[in-house]
Design a protein around this ligand. Structure first.
Ligand SMILES: NC(=O)c1ccc[n+]([C@@H]2O[C@H](COP(=O)([O-])OP(=O)(O)OC[C@H]3O[C@@H](n4cnc5c(N)ncnc54)[C@H](O)[C@@H]3O)[C@@H](O)[C@H]2O)c1
Length: 258
């Protein structure tokens, strides 16, 4: 039996990686999905698979507002908003960034990794209150420990954990706010333009992926599909009715063993 039958949902970062896998799984679980992508070329395949696409920059409030409106207009309801879009920093060390790069890269990374979830909560709250729905962010092992990226990424993902907790407190009792925290995942995650990382893709460097493997207690780097059941669990109001303010690790044991 489908676990999200008739749910109205939004997923950001839906053009690739974890977001793309969440869209596929939500559709398979009977949900209607608004897939938010950064650019037109990222929409390929999403509509034929059954999603409604919104193109926009999640740094802009307007994108969250348009995504919520699309769900309410098309599906008549919003049950779950997955704020998943993210930027990494390829472990760029602070001393290797000029003060100007630091400022611009900080603004870019925090706008996507933190501010977009704040905007999502603000834009979706009224619609989520109507369904006793839920906001779900994508955290990281870097929300718990140093070493999952550079200072900018780690700071942003720690900030996101605080934001999830605070929004959970403010939106209770009828809107739950949680996050999934994946560990190293084989995706093409990119970084900020300010560091020249906009077109760089993590998993294009197969040596980097291979070098991560020995650090994984479960013996492999994950793939996006490893994490999607947790998004279904957190989206389902029957299966996770008593979970709010949580960030559920899906990191192959990385965090416990560092
Ligand atoms: N890949 C990993 O190892 C890993 C580990 C832990 C957490 N995460 C988190 O998982 C989430 C998804 O990343 P992924 O690994 O699937 O990488 P990905 O690059 O495949 O997905 C991220 C998506 O976010 C989108 N995006 C980036 N900036 C945007 C913007 N300004 N506006 C709209 N969309 C934007 C990208 O276009 C992309 O589709 C991120 O939040 C990331 O921090 C990834």
């Amino acid at each position: 039996m489908a676990r999200l039958e008739g749910y109205g949902t939004v997923v950001t970062g839906a053009g690739s990686g974890i977001g793309r896998a969440v869209v596929r799984r939500f559709l398979a679980e009977g949900a209607n999905v608004v897939a938010v992508v950064r650019k037109q070329s990222d929409r390929a395949g999403l509509e034929t698979e059954g999603a409604t696409v919104v193109v926009g920059d999640v740094s802009d409030y307007d994108t969250a507002e348009r995504a919520v409106a699309a769900a309410v207009d098309k599906f008549g309801r919003l049950d779950a908003y997955v704020s998943n879009a993210g930027l990494w920093d390829f472990h760029k060390r602070v001393e290797k960034q000029s003060p100007d790069e630091l400022q611009r890269a900080f603004d870019e990374i925090f706008a996507v990794n933190v501010r977009a979830t704040l905007y999502a909560g603000r834009a979706a709250l009224t619609a989520l209150r109507e369904t006793s729905g839920t906001l779900i962010a994508t955290g990281s092992n870097a929300s718990f420990l140093a070493g999952g990226g550079g200072a900018l990424y780690t700071a942003s993902k720690f900030a996101l954990r605080g934001l999830v907790m605070q929004l959970a407190k403010e939106f209770a009792p009828n809107v739950r706010v949680n996050a999934v925290a994946p560990g190293a995942t084989d995706t093409g995650i990119s970084g900020p333009a300010a560091l020249g990382q906009r077109e760089r893709e993590m998993n294009a460097d197969r040596e980097r992926i291979a070098a991560m493997t020995p650090h994984m207690p479960l013996g492999r780097v994950s793939v996006p599909e490893d994490h999607v059941s947790l998004y279904v669990l957190l989206a389902s109001r029957t299966e996770s009715a008593y979970i709010t303010g949580s960030m559920l690790l899906s990191d192959g044991g990385l965090t416990m063993s560092v």
